[in-house]
Design a protein around this ligand. Structure first.
Ligand SMILES: [Zn+2]
Length: 223
């Protein structure tokens, strides 16, 4: 067995001893009652942005969808395979989750690939799964290149990652069961951006139409 895998097996041992054995009641409940997560989080596959760690959540708290650049595709009924849409449907229609959080982040490799690809060819090429997938954020890419043509690619990528959250919110509205929930007030959407440099989450304020730092210190009640 490689040393790299050894690291995971030691972690598994720690999990068994420090979490599973110590919190048997939690796992028993999760088995007998089943999962009842209250939050659906769409996060990037990036190894540095684990929503359960950033939000300090327990097993059963979060229903998580992770994909490259935390993107929401538009609702499309065709013969292709739609993993993100299927997970959204399960979370909202079957589990009855009422809060969707799209969690973007700085230094996103998927968003950077989209920008670099566009700059190289001045168009979007379809030569890989990755290129095709991140095209969902194409409008955000156009917007940042038009508005900030002289910024460096890393700075453009951070702005693009924030814009793309808003386009993903728009795409959420293309799913009838999500739009219905928003219209009748049973479903709330949240666009959050995690800055790896500061460790802070910035949330999109719909009234002010801009991202603001999420204030976690004014919350006095403990969990
Ligand atoms: Zn990312």
């Amino acid at each position: 067995m490689s040393k790299e895998i050894d690291y995971l097996i030691k972690g598994y041992k720690n999990f068994r001893q420090q979490y599973f054995e110590k919190d048997k009641a939690l796992y028993k409940n999760l088995v007998t009652i089943g999962q009842q997560p209250k939050y659906l989080v769409v996060a990037c596959s990036d190894s540095r942005v684990d929503p359960a760690i950033i939000l300090d959540c327990k097993p059963g708290d979060l229903f998580v969808i992770r994909n490259v650049a935390n993107l929401i595709p538009p609702c499309e009924f065709d013969s292709h395979y739609h993993g993100t849409s299927a997970a959204l449907e399960f979370g909202i229609c079957d589990l009855g989750i009422r809060d969707i959080i799209i969690l973007g982040h700085s230094q996103c490799g998927g968003i950077t690939a989209l920008l670099e690809n566009y700059k190289k060819s001045k168009s979007f090429t379809m030569n890989s799964f990755l290129s095709q997938w991140v095209e969902i954020a194409k409008p955000a890419c156009h917007q940042v290149i038009n508005d900030h043509p002289n910024l460096s690619t890393p700075d453009q990528a951070d702005i693009c990652a924030q814009h793309s959250l808003l386009y993903s919110l728009e795409n959420l509205n293309t799913f009838s069961w999500i739009k219905e929930g928003i219209d009748n007030g049973t479903l709330s959407l949240h666009a959050w951006y995690f800055d790896l440099n500061t460790g802070k989450i910035h949330f999109f304020h719909p009234e002010y139409q801009k991202f603001e730092v999420l204030d976690c210190y004014s919350e006095k009640e403990s969990r």
